[in-house]
Ligand binder design. Structure first.
Ligand SMILES: [Zn+2]
Length: 110
């Protein structure tokens, strides 16, 4: 659980992995808040670390089977690995940051 204090009404908003989106709305006063810069930076770092780890693991597995895989097939594997890691990185980074650090929010301008 992640708790955020509303910056307008001061009430505590309980967040879980599903409700902790980029922007949240206070259920008490409807104030819209967005993730602060610290949370954004952590998300960027988590995304980078995840893609890096993903590629590293795929490369390791690939190097074990290099002799039995032909060139065309290896290109396909690398392409799919890139697509899968890019396609899941937002979701995974979001979950990691939420679970490890929790998210903090500031009042949104728009
Ligand atoms: Zn509020």
């Amino acid at each position: 659980m992640n708790q955020v204090k509303c910056q307008r009404c001061g009430k505590v908003i309980e967040l879980n992995a599903k409700t902790a989106r980029k922007k949240i709305k206070c259920p008490h006063c409807n104030l819209i808040m967005k993730q602060d810069k610290k949370t954004d930076r952590r998300l960027m770092f988590a995304k980078f670390a995840y893609v890096f780890a993903f590629i590293l693991i795929v490369s390791l597995i690939y190097s074990l089977f290099r002799e039995v895989i032909d060139d065309l097939f290896s290109i396909v594997i690398i392409l799919i690995a890139g697509l899968v890691s890019a396609g899941t990185s937002d979701f995974v980074a979001d979950l990691l940051v939420f679970k490890i650090f929790g998210k903090s929010y500031i009042k949104s301008d728009d």
